[in-house]
Design a protein around this ligand. Structure first.
Ligand code: GTP
Ligand code: MG
Length: 680
């Protein structure tokens, strides 16, 4: 039944503030670390090649000569018509190489207009929404394919050619652009070594240009507006009188085997979302496979591999209703290997349930990892979820039956975990502790009945705690931002559905949306929420959007649907403010990391450590040579491929980033500036 979210191996989180600063660093000059410039993308080669094309207009910003058919400057992305007006208004302050971080202008990336490489990210479904979910989650092959094509696969990812309308650019010039594009940026040695490969790519790509058929009128050339100019329409604002329950995105996180799926399955069963027949089938089959204790977990863990291994691998999405909310349950995997999937799913959370195994030894493993020498996923997930911006947490202390419903053990857990949660910046008042037993159905949707429990427990049950959560504020009046976590293509009808949570704005049937990074415009045909169709979806809603008018190969998980007039940016060079977590190897310039942001990950390199930040966020005057645990710093990061991003100050959901290395989250951060908007 649940829909599954798969992100591929590895991911991470970030914090909103930075504390614990140690004044122990060296001057970067001493270390001989020169500045690494943001990648100036082939300005010279573009200029040379431009000699071969008819010149009809010169960009007054960067003086680049553009072909008459170009509506914006190929070099700096400034629009031909809007430039003069914008410049007069003082709106365009950006440099040729980057995007001004403070211009307040949502400049359309020069990577728009179908220039960004598309990654195929589709899988198939047939028919109704229940079936879609079942097939997506059950079909391991599909799910794996989706993951491998849908999310950046780190170092292995290959860039693809820039695709331009054939008639716009003569072939020899396009070849030059392609060759330029294929040069690794910022690293001269690797640039040289890859030249032969680039040449091959160039030839292959040139020869296949005639096959590329990007419709000219599909390319977005919408004039960018100032965010302040945006005015929400009346239909976008929530109708308080509609009586509709609000949607609450609730992530279930915690250490492996703490009972997350069992608790989720049990809740769904108690609330009538799983039929008796289905439950009976799960019980029978689980018993036959010698996994009787996983019967409830199987409601969430649907794939053969998950069931055989007894481990959740992908995030399962299921729905239920409380008195106050339509809850979207995001059951995350707890195993260390699947933290990236956990990030992709749980990044949509408004609030979270952190499930802790109370049994002796198991709680400790969740805190300190196997052997007590590392960090367990109770801690890692708590850090991550906080860095997603989640402030409200329910700690479900599960398996109370295994410790005889001991009040003392609960108090011990509260002290140990409570102090860690405080260090993660969770406020005591925003954390609710609910002891329970998923297996024995104690304290889930009604007060406990076991005498050992009732003798001392006077608190709420889990369902009441969920109803006590407050909805975070929603950016309904801002332009649409919908990060795509999943894409499904119907083999039968050819229809395309994009899944994700609206982080800002609203859509309705017939709305025009811009699909990034490919830059094509599409029309919303239908919308589904909680597996039922609806005509409007607003910020906070987790939906599937059926789209028309977009090439199925160019809409990908990790992409973003946005308002055509207010596109988010597509960039590959960023300045981050990070907080380093517990690491064993210091972070140096040149350090290779996995960069995670909303539903995408990309191989990246730390190109510059600019300054340490003190407790007040003030940067140090000199740059450190390396970073160690618990330091906060400003760094520059160069990604192997461009991703959809926004500065944190403009859009939180697209401005939170996580750095991972060797299977661990090493830093959480926010995007401070966008230095290199994607150029081809
Ligand atoms: P991952 O998703 O792989 O991280 O595991 P999980 O947290 O979803 O745990 P799951 O629900 O798969 O349960 C793991 C084991 O814990 C199963 O054998 C469950 O029967 C058992 N379990 C879950 N809840 C309880 C409980 O309340 N009491 C006891 N005694 N066992 C439980
Ligand atoms: Mg599970």
């Amino acid at each position: 039944m649940p829909r599954k979210i798969f992100s591929g191996p590895d991911c991470d989180d970030e914090y909103d503030d930075y504390d614990e600063y140690e004044d122990d660093y060296y001057d970067s000059d001493e270390a001989g670390q020169g500045d690494i410039q943001p990648p100036v993308k082939e300005k010279e080669s573009l200029k040379n090649s431009s000699n071969k094309v008819p010149v009809l207009w010169k960009c007054s910003m960067c003086t680049f000569d553009n072909h008459e058919t170009m509506v914006y400057c190929e070099m700096c992305g400034v629009f031909r018509e809007s430039f003069v007006k914008s410049a007069k208004d003082g709106l365009i302050k950006g440099s040729i190489n980057g995007v001004s971080s403070d211009s307040g202008t949502y400049a359309v990336s020069s990577s728009d207009s179908a220039k960004i490489p598309a990654k195929t990210g589709t899988t198939n479904f047939h028919g109704d929404s229940e079936k879609k979910c079942a097939i997506t989650s059950n079909d391991k092959v599909n799910s794996t394919q989706l993951a491998s094509v849908g999310s950046s696969s780190g170092t292995g990812r290959k860039k693809q050619p820039i695709i331009r309308p054939e008639e716009d650019v003569p072939v020899e010039r396009t070849s030059q652009l392609i060759a330029d594009h294929f040069q690794p940026m910022g690293d001269q040695s690797s640039r040289a070594s890859s030249s032969a490969q680039n040449k091959d790519s160039m030839q292959t790509l040139s020869s296949s240009i005639s096959e590329l058929s990007i419709e000219k009128n599909n390319i977005n050339v919408t004039k960018p507006y100032l965010l302040e100019d945006y005015k929400a329409e009346e239909w976008m604002l929530a109708d308080q009188a509609s009586g509709m329950l609000s949607q609450l995105n609730l992530a279930i996180v915690g250490h492996v085997d703490s009972g997350k799926s069992t608790l989720s399955g049990r809740l769904l069963h108690l609330l009538g979302r799983i039929s008796k027949k289905e439950m009976h089938k799960n019980e029978k089959e689980a018993k036959e496979k010698g996994k009787g204790s996983f019967a409830y977990a199987w409601a969430m863990d649907e794939s053969t591999e998950e069931r055989e291994r007894g481990v959740t691998m992908t995030v399962a999405v299921a729905y239920f209703e409380t008195k106050k909310y339509r809850v979207v349950l995001l059951d995350s995997p707890g195993h260390k290997d699947f933290v990236p999937n956990m990030i992709s799913g749980a990044t949509q959370a408004d609030a979270a349930i952190l499930v802790v195994d109370a049994s002796t030894g198991s709680f400790e493993a969740g805190m300190n990892g196997a052997g007590g020498i590392s960090i367990g996923q109770t801690k890692e997930h708590a850090q991550l979820i906080r860095s997603f911006g989640v402030e409200q947490l329910i700690v479900a202390v599960n398996k109370m039956d295994a410790i005889g419903y001991s009040k003392e053990r609960l108090e011990f857990i509260k002290v140990q975990l409570g102090s860690f949660l405080r260090s993660c910046n969770f406020k005591d008042s925003s954390v609710t502790w609910i002891p329970l037993s998923a297996v024995e159905n104690q304290n889930l949707i009604q007060p406990p009945s076991d005498a050992r429990f009732t003798s001392w427990y006077r608190g709420s049950c889990l369902l009441d705690a969920i109803d006590s959560l407050q909805l975070p504020s929603r950016d309904v009046t801002k332009p649409l931002v919908l990060p795509i976590c999943d894409v499904i293509k119907s083999q039968l009808t050819g229809q395309l559905a994009a899944f994700g949570k609206l982080e800002a704005g609203a859509i309705r049937n017939g709305s025009k949306v811009l699909v990034l990074p490919c830059g094509q415009e599409a029309t919303v045909k239908t919308i589904e929420r909680d597996s039922s169709s609806c005509s409007i979806a607003r910020a906070g809603d987790n939906v599937s959007v059926c789209l028309q008018g977009v090439d199925g190969n160019r809409i990908i998980p990790g992409g973003v649907l946005c308002h055509p007039g207010f596109p988010v940016l597509v960039a590959d060079y960023l300045e981050l403010k990070i907080r380093v977590l517990d690491i064993t190897v210091p972070i140096l310039i040149g350090y290779q990391v996995e960069f995670h942001i909303h539903h995408v990950k990309e191989a990246a390199k730390i190109t510059k450590i600019m300054a340490l930040l003190d407790k007040t966020g003030k940067p140090s005057k000199t740059a450190p040579r390396f970073l160690k645990s618990k330091q906060s710093a400003v760094v520059q990061v160069k990604l192997d491929g461009a991703v959809c991003v926004q500065e944190f100050s403009k859009c939180r959901a697209l401005g939170r980033a996580f750095l991972r290395s060797s299977g661990s989250t090493i830093a959480v951060g926010i995007i401070n500036k966008i230095l290199g908007q994607y150029q081809n």
